[in-house]
Structures are given as structure tokens and as C-alpha cells.
Ligand binder design. Structure first.
Ligand code: ADP
Length: 164
């Protein structure tokens, strides 16, 4: 049976840390769905449409990766797309505690789901979406924390008002 994994997150924005987890997942899964959690009541820094476009660019030569978005519970999305695995990345012990609770609750809601954790390479431990957002907000160059194909240099903060 095809092994389908969901890599879920807000990806606000998608970083080199996220990319490395997905690429390492190629050795474990037949198909990986990068799923952007979208909450209509919670504003994200980058518009959903741009996040989808950027992640698609990163994996344009990797047919085993698809990009989607969902509003609601991650496990409900997994059921919808028939995924039995949740791929997750771990940076620190704080990540571990959060991920442990989330995985245990997900398992209680959807017993067929298995969460699979990959430790990030040491050099990506400090890479977080929130640091990248801060750099961009203050006019800095965050390119070394972003996949090569994502160019945010021309992204204008504030232009995304009203964009989904
Ligand atoms: P969330 O909205 O859950 O914070 P993120 O987009 O930040 O979503 O993260 C999605 C997944 O990617 C999580 O499992 C998170 O631990 C992992 N992750 C985030 N940054 C890194 C990184 N630098 N290295 C490895 N995994 C990471």
C-alpha cells in the first residue's frame, strides 16, 4: 500500500528547515503532502496563495510532493487524503514536548495515524519561521534561511492585506 505522509504547518514562511525534513522524508514515504494549516480567523503574515506558490516552486521537480491547505483538524485532513503518517521535524526539547502532546492527541482522535519525527540537522536548529518574518519585517535579507527558489526580497510587507 502506498505510504502517504502529511507534513503540516503554518509555513509562514516555508524555510530551509522545513525543506530538509520533506526531502529526508522521500526515503520513508511514497507521497508527501505539504499541508498549510489555514485559519480564517487567524491572520498569517504571508498570504496563503503565495505560500502555496512558493512551496510548489521548491518541489517542482519532485513529483512525490504535493501542496495543499486545510482549515480544521490535521487528523481530519489526513483522513480525507488517506494519509496514515504525519511527518514532523524536531529542533529542540521544547519542540519535543509540544510535538509529543500533539501526536498523542492526534493518535487518540485517529488511532491509525503514526507521527514520524526527524531530528533537524544541527545547522538548522535555530531556523524558525518567526525569525525569518522578523528579518523581513525589519527590511533584512533572510535568503540564507529560505529554499533557493523562494525569493522574498521583493515581498512588500503590508501588500497582503485582504489577501487569502
Ligand atoms: P507550526 O504552525 O506547527 O509552528 P511550522 O510551519 O513552524 O508549523 O512547523 C511545521 C513542522 O516543521 C513542525 O514539525 C516543526 O517542528 C517543523 N520545523 C519547523 N522549523 C524546523 C527546522 N528548522 N528544522 C526542522 N523542523 C522544523
Amino acid at each position: 500500500m502506498e505510504k502517504i505522509a502529511v507534513f503540516a504547518g503554518s509555513f509562514d514562511p516555508f524555510t530551509i528547515g522545513h525543506e530538509s525534513i520533506v526531502r529526508r522524508g522521500f526515503f520513508l514515504f511514497d507521497k508527501i503532502i505539504v499541508a498549510i494549516g489555514y485559519n480564517a480567523n487567524k491572520k498569517s503574515f504571508f498570504p496563503l496563495k503565495k505560500k502555496i506558490k512558493w512551496i510548489k516552486q521548491v518541489f517542482e521537480n519532485d513529483p512525490q510532493v504535493s501542496v495543499d491547505y486545510y482549515d480544521g483538524l490535521t487528523v481530519d485532513f489526513c483522513k480525507k487524503v488517506k494519509a496514515k503518517y504525519l511527518l514532523r521535524g524536531l529542533r529542540t526539547s521544547a519542540d519535543f514536548e509540544y510535538e509529543r502532546a500533539t501526536a498523542q492527541v492526534n493518535k487518540a482522535m485517529y488511532p491509525e495515524i503514526e507521527s514520524v519525527f526527524l531530528l533537524t540537522p544541527p545547522e538548522y536548529t535555530p531556523v524558525t519561521s518567526s525569525i525569518v518574518r522578523d528579518i523581513i519585517l525589519h527590511g533584512g535579507d533572510a535568503s540564507k534561511f529560505l529554499p533557493n527558489s523562494i525569493d522574498l526580497k521583493n515581498f512588500k510587507v503590508g501588500n497582503n492585506k485582504n489577501e487569502k
